[in-house]
Design a protein around this ligand. Structure first.
Ligand code: DQA
Length: 140
């Protein structure tokens, strides 16, 4: 059975409450069972942290044994060389996900520090993007 980690960064614990016009009204805790039922053949692990170093620790922990990581790094996407370096150090592929279409938003969201290290990027499809990313990473 393939093992994939879904890793959410800062403020994504507030999904469902946070700016619902942009991120929707569904919490990730409510979405996770839906996701698990779509991929019964995949062992889906989930972790969220608001702390950059904890995201790095988690990626280092699973990145040499799991089959892939689906990463929504939140705002660290736009700032973190440390996340990019970590992604580049791992053995498993990482797919970058954004719920919103970051290219339709403020200019500071147009650049990703981490894309260069990722297998692919999914953005703008709401929570459905996590499904697309799991498909992408499990077929890579
Ligand atoms: C986000 C987009 C980022 O710019 C933002 O900082 C987030 C969420 C998204 O999922 O659309 O926290 O990654």
């Amino acid at each position: 059975m393939k093992k994939i980690l879904i890793l959410n960064g800062p403020n994504l614990n507030l999904l469902g409450v946070r700016e619902p016009g942009i991120y929707g009204t569904c919490s990730f805790d409510d979405y996770l069972p839906v996701l698990r039922s779509r991929f019964p053949e995949v062992e889906l692990h989930y972790y969220q942290s608001n702390v950059e170093g904890e995201l790095i620790n988690k990626m280092q922990e699973v990145g040499f044994t799991f089959d892939g990581i689906v990463l929504n790094a939140g705002a660290y996407t736009h700032t973190s060389v440390a996340l990019l370096d970590c992604i580049r150090s791992l053995r498993c592929p990482v797919v970058e996900v954004h719920i919103s279409n970051v290219h339709q938003r403020e200019e500071f969201r147009h650049h990703s520090m981490i894309s260069a290290g990722c297998k692919g990027v999914v953005c703008g499809f709401g929570l459905k993007g996590y499904e697309l990313a799991i498909e992408g990473v499990s077929n890579s």
